[in-house]
Ligand binder design. Sequence first.
Ligand code: HEC
Length: 132
Amino acid sequence: MRPIAGWRRLMALGLASFIAVPWSGTGAADDLAKGEHIYARQCLVCHRLEVGEHRIGPALHGMFDRPSGTAPGFMRYSQGLKNAALAWDDATLHRYLQNPRGMIADNRMIFVGLQSEADRQAVIAYMRATFD
Ligand code: HEC
């Protein structure tokens, strides 16, 4: 696995603090910061934030607006994820991130799963704030 380049990490952190400012003090900012932290450590190595920047996994930008398995230009989707044609919302993301292989049998995302519901919640909130 390649190390995450420093500038990308800094950019992701900068983005999170930028997003966090309007809500500071409400608790939502804490959730976003936690979600950013989890995303940077557990997802960023395979999923970049920028449109079309595919790595091991597809760029997730725009994922809330399209069915699963349809990021333009990503050629390595499993048949299962494409056929599932899931709408990515809170319910489907909770199930997928908890146990990707349990949800999609031939899933190609080599990820053990986020067991903590609070962690999943935080990372989903972060992705919404970032990609929506
Ligand atoms: C080791 C690399 C890797 C890691 C780590 C990883 N993913 Fe993935 N992810 C993939 C691959 C590969 C796919 C495509 C899976 C398939 O086609 O079956 C994928 C698919 C996805 C999808 C579906 C995308 C689409 O276009 O339908 C989402 C959402 C997702 N990952 C979110 C996450 C989140 C959130 C994390 C961190 C908690 C994460 N992934 C960690 C490799 C990874």
